[in-house]
Design a protein around this ligand. Structure first.
Ligand code: GZL
Length: 311
C-alpha cells in the first residue's frame, strides 16, 4: 500500500545521498578554515554526507584518512594535499576501489589518471601578480625583499615563489635577500620575520612577500615590535585576501593581497554530480579566479563583507 510506496521513495532518495570523505590539511590559516566552512555548507546544500578528517598538516594523517575512506566505501574523496609528492600508492588504491578523488587547492606530482580532477587557482600567476605589484610600487629604487614561503614541498610554496621571481625578473634593483618557510601560519610567520629583522641591517628591508596573508599578519606584528612601520617602512604583499589582511590594509599596515577563493568545494561537487549522474569526465584542472586588491580598494568595506564568511 501507500506506506510501502513511501518507504521505496525514502530508500531511493537515501540511495541518492552520496557519502564523500574529505581529507583536509588542518586549520593552519584563516583561509583554510574558510575552505572547511564552505565545504561543509556546499555538502549540506547538496544532501551529501561529508566525512571530515583534519590531518594537523601531516601527510601520514592524510594518507591514513584516505585509506579509511576507501575502507568505508565512500562515493568520492576530496583531498587537499599538504605536499606535492608521495601520493601515488594511496591514489592507486582509491582507483582500484573505483572511488573518484578530487584535489582541492593544492596539486600533486602523481599522474593525472590517478584523480578525477583538481580545483584550484593558478598559483604561479598569483606569485607573478604579487611581484608585478611590487615592481610598480618601487619603480627604479633599490628594494631588498624578504620572503616567507609556504609549507616546504607544497605546490603553493613552489609555484608562488616561481611566479614572484618571474614578476620581478628584469628589475635588478629588486632583490630577494632572505627566503624561508613560515609554514603558512601566523606564529611561524612572526618568528621568521623576527629573525629576518635581526639578520639584516636595520632599515635595509624594503618589502615582505608572504605566500599567504596569515604569515604576513604575523610578520606585521614583528615589524611593529621592531619599531618599524609595516606598510610604509616595509611594504607588505601577500596572497589569500582573508578579512584580517583588509583590516591591516585599512590601518595602512599592509599594501596588497591576491585573492584565492575559499569555495573550491562548489566546483568539486558539481564535477562529481555530473560524474555520478552519467559518467561525465571533467577537465583535468578546474581553475578558480585570482584578483589583486590594494589599499585603493576600500579595504574596510571588504573586511566588513568578508568577516562573517567562516575565516
Ligand atoms: C593555496 C592554499 C594555501 C593558502 C594558505 O591554494 O593551499 O594553503 O594560500 C593555506 O592560506 O595554508
Amino acid at each position: 500500500g501507500a506506506s510501502l510506496l513511501a518507504t521505496a521513495c525514502l530508500m531511493s532518495s537515501a540511495a541518492l545521498a552520496q557519502t564523500v570523505g574529505f581529507s583536509q590539511i588542518g586549520s593552519e590559516s584563516g583561509w583554510r578554515a574558510a575552505e572547511t566552512t564552505l565545504t561543509r555548507m556546499e555538502a549540506e546544500e547538496r544532501g551529501i554526507d561529508l566525512k571530515f578528517a583534519d590531518a594537523q598538516q601531516k601527510q601520514e594523517n592524510q594518507i591514513r584518512a584516505v585509506r579509511s575512506f576507501i575502507a568505508q566505501g565512500v562515493d568520492a574523496i576530496l583531498l587537499a594535499p599538504v605536499v606535492a609528492t608521495g601520493w601515488d600508492d594511496v591514489l592507486e588504491e582509491a582507483k582500484e576501489a573505483e572511488i573518484p578523488v578530487v584535489l582541492l587547492d593544492r596539486m600533486v606530482d602523481s599522474s593525472k589518471d590517478l584523480y578525477l580532477t583538481a580545483v584550484g587557482s593558478d598559483l604561479v600567476h598569483e606569485g607573478r601578480v604579487a611581484g608585478e605589484w611590487l615592481v610598480g610600487e618601487v619603480g627604479d629604487a633599490d628594494c631588498n625583499v624578504v620572503e616567507l614561503q609556504g609549507t616546504t614541498g607544497s605546490s603553493p610554496a613552489i609555484d608562488r615563489k616561481k611566479g614572484f621571481e618571474e614578476g620581478i625578473a628584469g628589475h635588478d634593483n629588486i632583490k630577494i635577500v632572505r627566503s624561508q618557510t613560515g609554514d603558512f601560519t601566523r606564529a611561524k610567520g612572526k618568528e621568521v620575520m623576527e629573525s629576518f629583522l635581526k639578520a639584516e641591517a636595520p632599515g635595509s628591508i624594503c618589502a615582505l612577500y608572504a605566500h599567504n596573508d596569515d604569515m604576513a599578519v604575523g610578520a606585521i606584528q614583528a615589524i611593529k615590535e621592531a619599531g618599524l612601520k609595516p606598510g610604509e617602512d616595509i611594504k607588505v604583499v601577500s596572497i589569500d585576501a582573508v578579512p584580517d589582511i583588509f583590516q591591516a590594509m585599512a590601518a595602512g599596515e599592509a599594501n596588497a593581497t591576491v585573492e584565492l577563493t575559499p569555495n573550491m568545494a562548489g566546483p568539486a561537487f558539481d564535477a562529481l554530480a555530473a560524474f555520478w549522474n552519467d559518467g561525465t569526465v571533467p577537465p583535468d584542472f578546474i581553475q578558480t579566479e585570482s584578483k589583486l586588491y590594494t589599499q585603493a580598494d576600500d579595504p574596510q568595506a571588504i573586511y566588513e563583507q568578508k568577516k562573517d564568511l567562516g575565516y
